[in-house]
Design a protein around this ligand. Structure first.
Ligand SMILES: [Zn+2]
Length: 170
C-alpha cells in the first residue's frame, strides 16, 4: 500500500486530461533521448529531464560506471544540473520525467529537491521505490509529490531490454 505522501498514480484513479498526456509524452521523449545517450556509452539506459513551465531546466543520463560514481543516476544528474542552472538547491514547481521508476536514493533526492511531480515510464520491479516497493510513509517524508507512471512505457522498457540482451550476447 502506498503512503499518503505519494498519491497513487493518477492513471489508475483520475485519468490525466489529454493535453497533459500529450505534454507528458513530449517530455518523456526527451528523457528517452537522454537514455539513448547512456546506451551509446554502454551504461544502463535510463534518462531524465526536469521541466518547469514547459521548459527543460535540467537533464541527465545514467553514468555510474564511467563516472565511477554510484550516485550518478539519471535523476541525480538532472537534479544537479537544474540546481546549478537555477542556482537553487530547491526545485519547486518542477516535474521530473524519468524513463524508469526511481530507486530509493533518487526518491530521497526528489524529496530533498522539493520536486512537485514525478512521471516515469517503465516500472522497476527490483529497485523501484515508488510503485514496486513504496518506501514512503507519512511519518518519514515532509514533502508531498504527485506521480504518474506508464508514459511511453513500452519504449522505455524496450530500451532496457535491448541493452541487457546485447550485454548477454557478449
Ligand atoms: Zn536512482
Amino acid at each position: 500500500m502506498l503512503g499518503k505522501n505519494i498519491s497513487r498514480a493518477r492513471t489508475e484513479e483520475e485519468p490525466l486530461d489529454s493535453s497533459q498526456q500529450a505534454r507528458d509524452a513530449k517530455w518523456m521523449r526527451c528523457a528517452l533521448e537522454c537514455a539513448r545517450q547512456a546506451y551509446l556509452v554502454e551504461e544502463i539506459p535510463i534518462g531524465a529531464v526536469l521541466v518547469r513551465n514547459e521548459r527543460i531546466v535540467g537533464k541527465g543520463f545514467n553514468q555510474s560506471i564511467r563516472a565511477q560514481d554510484p550516485t550518478a543516476h539519471a535523476e541525480i544528474m538532472a537534479i544537479r544540473s537544474a540546481a546549478k542552472k537555477t542556482r537553487n538547491y530547491r526545485l519547486p514547481e518542477t516535474t521530473l520525467y524519468v524513463t524508469v521508476e526511481p530507486c530509493m536514493m533518487c526518491l530521497g533526492a526528489i524529496i530533498h529537491a522539493r520536486i512537485a511531480r514525478l512521471v516515469f515510464g517503465a516500472s522497476e520491479p527490483k529497485a523501484g521505490a515508488i510503485q514496486s516497493h513504496p518506501l514512503v510513509n507519512d511519518d518519514f517524508l515532509n514533502h508531498q509529490i504527485d506521480w504518474s507512471c506508464g508514459i511511453l512505457e513500452s519504449e522505455c522498457s524496450r530500451l532496457m531490454r535491448d541493452f541487457f540482451l546485447s550485454k548477454r550476447k557478449l
